[in-house]
Design a protein around this ligand. Structure first.
Ligand SMILES: [Zn+2]
Length: 376
């Protein structure tokens, strides 16, 4: 097992790439999907179950953990891996995005952001230096730069201003991170949907030098067409020999489209969140298990799926426990959704390695176009 963080590109097919990130806590096969463990848990899942779905890495949220139970407490208890019983790699976000979307009474200056907790109203301060300190206390394997992501739509002037502030913060994040062998620091490209600004941001990040590069500021309401428009050029502006991480994406068709355009890593709450609201993602699209058509259906959600929800339970049972508000409903559907997302990633990794990504993509869309199985 390596003691260093490194990325090895194994094969490319068009712009799609497959490879391996080596870390002291294990390998991350790319393209990789990271389930989100916001509050030191992937909701409704035991950590060993998350691993069983094929996840190599989880995402933890700095903003949530710094407020409750606090990074200092997690550090005293042995770090986030031990605290939540997950020994594989963890990536933590910087807290920046969630401060903008969740906190109250924010005040932003060149120095950082002062805000009130959405949990108890207490006052906090986040800056590049404080974000690096928190992510170190958590014991994160992949640390993200502290940045500002303006909500879209925003004027180009506002997007440019936020991007340039984020680049100054990227340098401060790099300086504060220091030299930590085995741990990685990723820079975050900003610039909205403007190619020149994205290019300027990429150049600034490359001049500083990072272990990986994220594409930030997308999946914030711009729509798939605009996002793919940016992804047609943004990955090419970043180094080829480092992982590229598209933050906060997405739905299965977003993921396939992003991988096609050269993205290596993604994260999203979607599979776990929809699992708790009765939505199952399958090869044939979304199945709403609360729909009355499933009440007498003895067939599994997906007869080809090997997850426990599909192997051991009928649609009728999944429908019943959802309608009855039983906890096992969220547990089974979350497991299925995470399993499906990981199976999709494995399918893409194999297809890229074998030079048949286009055929894989065509089959993916054709199966979805068929829709769910006929009702009984
Ligand atoms: Zn399943």
């Amino acid at each position: 097992m390596t003691q260093r963080f490194s990325f090895t590109l194994k094969a490319t097919d068009g712009k799609a790439r497959t490879g391996v990130i080596d870390t002291p806590r294990g390998q991350i096969r790319t393209p990789a999907f990271m389930p989100v463990g916001t509050a030191a848990t992937v909701k409704a899942m035991m950590p060993e179950s998350v691993a069983a779905t094929g996840a190599d890495i989880l995402l933890g949220n700095t903003y949530h953990l710094m407020l409750r139970p606090t990074a200092e407490r997690i550090d005293r208890l042995g770090g986030l891996h031990r605290f939540m019983n997950w020994d594989k790699p963890i990536l933590t976000d910087s807290g920046g995005f969630q401060v903008m979307s969740l906190a109250e009474l924010r005040k932003m200056t060149e120095e950082g952001v002062t805000f009130r907790s959405h949990v108890d109203g207490s006052r906090h301060f986040l800056s590049p230096e404080r974000s690096m300190e928190i992510q170190k206390l958590l014991g994160s394997d992949i640390v993200m730069c502290f940045d500002e992501c303006p909500a879209l739509p925003a004027t180009e002037e506002r997007v440019a201003e936020a991007m340039r502030l984020s680049m100054r913060w990227a340098q401060r994040s790099r300086d504060a991170f220091g030299d930590r062998p085995g741990h990685a620091l990723f820079g975050i490209q900003q610039g909205g949907v403007t190619e020149d600004l994205r290019g300027e941001s990429a150049e600034a990040l490359k001049a500083i030098g990072f272990d990986g590069y994220a594409i930030g500021g997308l999946a914030v309401g711009e729509g798939q067409e605009a996002m793919f428009g940016v992804l047609d050029y943004a990955p090419d502006q970043l180094p080829t020999d480092k992982p590229r991480y598209l933050m906060g994406v997405g739905k299965p068709d977003d993921i396939v489209g992003a991988v096609k355009r050269g993205v290596d890593m993604m994260d999203c709450v979607l599979p776990s969140r929809s699992g708790r609201t009765g939505q199952a993602w399958t090869r044939h699209g979304v199945v709403n298990i609360k729909n009355a058509r499933h009440a007498d259906d003895p067939r599994p959600l997906d007869e080809h799926c090997t997850c426990p929800a599909c192997r051991n339970y009928s649609r009728a049972y999944l429908h019943h426990v959802f309608r009855s508000h039983e906890m096992i409903s969220g547990m089974l559907l979350t497991w299925h959704n995470l399993h499906y997302f990981q199976e999709l990633m494995q399918g893409m990794r194999d297809a890229i390695a074998e030079g048949r990504f286009d055929a894989f993509e065509a089959a993916f869309h054709a199966q979805r176009a068929e829709g769910d199985i006929e009702r009984l």
